[in-house]
Design a protein around this ligand. Structure first.
Ligand SMILES: *[C@@H]1O[C@H](CO)[C@@H](O)[C@H](O)[C@H]1NC(C)=O
Ligand SMILES: *[C@@H]1O[C@H](CO)[C@@H](O)[C@H](O)[C@H]1NC(C)=O
Ligand SMILES: *[C@@H]1O[C@H](CO)[C@@H](O)[C@H](O)[C@H]1NC(C)=O
Ligand SMILES: *[C@@H]1O[C@H](CO)[C@@H](O)[C@H](O)[C@H]1NC(C)=O
Length: 957
């Protein structure tokens, strides 16, 4: 858009020059001092070929090349003189000039200048010389995109003849409020003001109140404006265009009454403009572009919107608008772009929008729209993109959807559409231009025959996933290529029975997702041929028993999780980064050729029947110096032997899960050098011996040593360096999980005595589980420093001594299990400080004395305390004697307030939900078969692109 304004201004300028030069007599006019001033100006700058980085189609040349001494300067490129031979116009825009604009520049001796355009040159970080104030005759000044910096000099206000001023695209050119005030007061003839991309953070928007009445064009996008924009500006009688976009701290609202005038373009997108859309908007009879995207507008849409008969671009997306969308679009004959997405509209689709004959883009997605798609439509013959996803639309898919001749993108995902999608198979099916079709997450049914897709010859992305009654079968005539341009093919969680080998000739295919279907048996060599470009293959959650050959030579992600694969591990392609075959029935040893996979980042072979030892080539992948491996999950196999020490070369290892095997080793303290290790699971093996050595484990947030044969004391030093269990800063922007886009690590943890599978691990979830070993001696006090620890389990050991009061400093603790040990003494009062504690088990120890009753401690039941004959008081039936009254905690008052502070801060950070309890916040349970929503390429990238363009102020829709 900025570019458009620029060309508009240049056009304006050039045509003025043109009309002027027509009346000039063809004689040698140039006054010598003017000529030498120009040459002097030229000689102080260097010139290079420039196209301003924009006008790529315009052949570039240097205007100043024609400036030769001794020739008539009035004939030089970009120079205009008046009859007396004085230079009155200079257009050196995009002339590749660079250097400094100095205050003694001869430019400022050209006192007759009326037009000056230096846009698109580079005056490398010079300031605007105050001498500009000498050019009193200037009516047009354009210094945009010239790398100028510093403060705009107050002398600019002396240019009281200015009609047009453009200082845009010069970040960080700064205006002081006072100087700006002077400017708007003094430039009474100003019609065009363009300051996009400048820094106006010091300007109080109130100053715009003094803008001259003659203003026609005001452009202030990306200006760091803050505060309230005066509504009166919208009433300026000649104002045609106003851009305020991308000033997120600018508040304001649209005039509610008496709003009329010649306004053609109104763009307040990406600001904090709020309140409602006023009825008076309907008076803006000349409005062509209305962009209110990503503001805070509330309330409903006025039906007066239907009076904007000249509108071509209408974007009210990303607000908090609600209620009915009035069905008033019938007269918007020239509307080509409408975007109502990401609001809270709850009506039916306005059928008049489907009769718009000029529309090319329609987006009503991410609302609560109900009802069916209209049955009869008479417009949309130019529609290229239709987005209706993430609504509550129901009913069938009407035939017209598949006969829109210009349609390129159709996205209806995440609705409640049902019935068959026969239209795809209709004879009048004309979606020849369709490149992207997404009908995923609906209730569509029926069988699509592959040969019926033949007309979609430009389709590059097809997503029919999560339509559980939809199936796809090959036609009898075999392996005809039906989708020659397809790149992404998503058919997850449908009712597909067979591997779609009809796609074999689709040579551009990169992503196949057939997860969670009914594909049985084997993938044969023949089926696996082709697909040179395949990057991602997801066949997880099917019933495959063997894969003769893995498709795709350049495969990056292979996901065969949760099938019934038997026999040894299939040979993976060389470039594989994600090898995911957990939950199958693989047997044999892990072949050491797996270490030839130089790019392996995640290896998940958990829950198979693999035996033998872990190959000791790990850490020497493909002889690379840089080992990528991030996750190694071998949990739930029958592996024996010890942990190969070569693993310490896997610097990037974040997750090491060797749980539930038969590994016979001592504590691998040497893993402590892996500074990225976050999860270490050794549970249910035959680890033994005392835990000793030097420890760092600086990133560790989960350590599970449970159900082994470890002995000796729990070494206090272990806890000293667990820095990632201390002072965790909670990222308020939402939950984050361990793992990347494609694969999120999962793990099994024990809480309240039961095992839970965490499908994903929050980066703020922390756990120490040393239960069911033979640890003895006291609980180290040092553990109290881990103020971000959430689950602590030392149960089923032989720990002795008192419960250290320092446990009361574990401000984030939600689950504490010390049961079945030999702990003695009283339950320290400090434990009642654990505000988030939802599960407590101290049973089967030798604890004695009264159970503290402060805070929410009285919500724990008998089970938490049973099997301690010496304990008394609620909730146990045994009452305490007089001498056993619960004591106030010893003088740790300072400590306590500190604790209160910690958890209050934590509470603010965690936000609602998470603080309420473990099961709500930290855990994503797998309930039966998880619903995998796996997409390498995120949804609707196109919309995002549009938003991005727009945020840069260069929206070119
Ligand atoms: C405003 O313009 C007038 C006329 O050019 C000039 O005399 C005056 O100094 C200007 N005021 C400021 C504050 O620049
Ligand atoms: C507008 O200009 C007048 C002087 O002409 C000044 O007194 C007033 O404060 C200015 N108003 C704003 C909002 O800057
Ligand atoms: C908005 O305001 C916040 C807080 O004053 C500030 O940190 C931020 O930089 C501002 N953003 C813009 C674009 O002006
Ligand atoms: C819209 O136009 C109709 C017909 O010209 C008129 O009756 C109605 O008052 C207008 N509404 C608004 C809000 O301008």
């Amino acid at each position: 858009m900025v570019y458009l304004i620029l060309t508009f201004l240049l056009g304006f300028f050039n045509s003025s020059l043109l009309s002027l030069s027509l009346v000039l007599p063809p004689t040698h006019l140039c006054r010598p001092e003017q000529s030498s001033a120009l040459l002097n100006f030229k000689s102080n700058l260097s010139a290079s070929i420039s196209n301003c980085g924009r006008e790529l189609h315009v052949p570039s040349f240097r205007k100043t090349d024609s400036w030769d001494e001794g020739t008539d300067c009035c004939k030089w490129e970009g120079v205009v003189c008046n009859k007396k031979g004085n230079v009155i116009g200079l257009d050196l825009s995009c002339s590749g000039l660079s250097g400094s604009l100095l205050s003694n520049s001869s430019l400022f001796s050209l006192q007759n200048l009326r037009w000056l355009n230096l846009a698109g040159n580079y005056f490398g970080n010079s300031e605007i010389p105050s001498e500009f104030g000498k050019l009193r005759s200037l009516t047009y000044l354009n210094l945009s995109d010239t790398g100028l910096t510093g403060l705009v000099p107050p002398e600019i206000s002396l240019l009281s003849e200015l009609v047009s001023l453009d200082l845009g695209q010069n970040y960080p050119l700064l205006f002081r409020n006072h100087d700006f005030n002077m400017l708007v007061q003094n430039l009474t003839k100003l019609e065009i003001m363009v300051l996009d991309g400048m820094n106006l953070s010091l300007v109080v928007p109130y100053s715009f109140l003094n803008l001259t009445i003659s203003l026609k064009h005001l452009s202030l996008s990306h200006c760091y404006l803050q505060g309230n924009f005066p509504t009166q500006v919208f009433h300026l009688p000649y104002l045609q265009n106003i851009f305020l976009c991308s000033n997120p701290n600018l508040t304001g609202y649209l005039p509610e009454t008496n709003w009329s005038g010649p306004l053609r373009l109104l763009d307040v997108s990406g600001t904090s403009f709020s309140k409602g859309l006023p009825d008076s908007i309907g008076n803006l009879k000349h409005l062509k572009t209305l962009n209110l995207d990503s503001c805070v507008f509330m309330g409903s849409i006025p039906s007066a919107l239907g009076n904007l008969t000249k509108i071509t671009f209408l974007d009210i997306s990303g607000n908090m608008l609600q209620g009915q969308i009035p069905d008033v679009f019938g007269n918007l004959k020239v509307l080509s772009f409408m975007d109502f997405s990401s609001n809270n509209f709850s009506s039916v689709l306005p059928s008049s929008a489907f009769n718009l004959t000029s529309l090319t883009f329609m987006d009503f997605s991410s609302n609560f729209l109900q009802g069916t798609l209209p049955n009869n439509i008479s417009g949309l013959s130019y529609l290229r993109k239709l987005h209706l996803y993430a609504n509550l639309l129901s009913g069938g898919v009407p035939g017209w959807l598949f006969s829109l001749p210009s349609l390129e993108y159709l996205d209806l995902h995440s609705n409640k559409l049902n019935g068959p999608i026969d239209p795809i198979q209709e004879p009048n099916f004309v979606l020849l231009n369709l490149t992207s079709l997404d009908l995923s997450f609906n209730n569509l049914s029926g069988n699509i025959k592959s040969c019926m897709l033949v007309k979609l010859r430009n389709l590059s992305s097809l997503d029919l996933s999560h339509n559980s009654f939809l199936s796809l079968t090959s036609c009898n005539n075999g392996a005809n290529s039906t989708l020659p341009m397809i790149i992404e093919f998503h058919f997850s969680s449908c009712n597909m029975q067979r591997f779609p080998n009809f796609l074999n000739a689709s040579k551009y295919l990169q992503v196949i997702d057939l997860s969670n279907n009914q594909i049985h048996g084997s993938i044969t060599k023949w089926e696996a041929e082709g697909w040179e470009n395949l990057v991602t293959l997801n066949l997880s959650m099917n019933f495959l028993t063997s894969v003769e050959q893995i498709p795709g030579k350049h495969l990056f992600v292979l996901d065969l999780r949760s099938n019934s694969l038997q026999g040894p591990l299939p040979t993976p392609p060389q470039n594989l980064s994600y090898l995911l075959i957990s939950n199958n029935e693989l047997v044999g040893e892990i072949p050491s050729k797996i270490c030839n996979l130089s790019f392996l980042s995640v290896l998940d072979l958990s829950k198979n029947k693999l035996g033998g030892t872990i190959p000791d080539c790990f850490g020497t992948f493909g002889d690379q110096l840089y080992v990528i491996l991030r996750t190694l999950n071998l949990n739930g196999n029958q592996l024996e032997g010890s942990i190969p020490q070569s693993l310490k070369n896997c610097y990037n290892l974040e997750v090491l899960d060797l749980g539930n095997n038969n590994i016979n080793d001592t504590f691998p303290y040497w893993l402590g050098t892996l500074t990225n290790l976050e999860v270490l699971v050794l549970r249910s093996n035959r680890f033994h011996g005392d835990i000793q050595g030097t420890f760092s484990f600086s990133s560790l947030q989960m350590i599970d040593l449970s159900r082994n044969e470890f002995t000796g004391h729990i070494p206090p030093e272990l806890f000293e360096n667990l820095n990632s269990m201390k002072d965790i800063q909670v990222d308020k922007s939402g939950p984050e999980y361990i793992g990347g886009d494609y694969y999120q690590d999962s793990v099994t943890v024990t809480m309240k005595g039961s095992d839970f599978e965490l499908a994903r691990i929050l980066t703020i979830f922390t756990i120490i589980d040393f239960s069911s070993n033979r640890f003895k001696g006291p609980i180290p006090k040092a553990i109290g420093e881990l103020n971000s620890l959430i689950v602590l389990n030392f149960s089923h050991n032989s720990l002795t001594g008192n419960i250290p009061p320092s446990l009361g400093k574990l401000a984030a603790l939600e689950s504490l299990d010390l049961s079945s040990n030999k702990l003695q003494g009283r339950i320290p009062m400090q434990l009642t400080n654990l505000t988030f504690l939802g599960a407590l088990n101290l049973s089967h120890n030798n604890l004695e004395g009264p159970i503290p009753l402060a805070n929410h401690f009285d919500t724990f039941t008998n089970d938490s305390f049973a099997g301690n004959p010496g304990l008394c008081g609620f909730p146990l039936s045994k009452t305490c004697g007089k001498d056993q009254e619960p004591k106030s905690p010893p003088s740790t008052v300072a400590d306590e307030s500190e604790i209160a502070l910690i958890w209050k801060i934590a509470a603010m950070g965690y936000g609602s939900g998470v603080v309420l309890g473990l099961s709500m916040g930290y855990i994503v349970f797998t309930t039966g078969r998880p619903r995998w929503v796996v997409k390498m390429i995120k949804r609707n990238p196109e919309k995002r692109m549009r938003r991005r363009i727009h945020r840069n102020g260069r929206r070119e829709d």
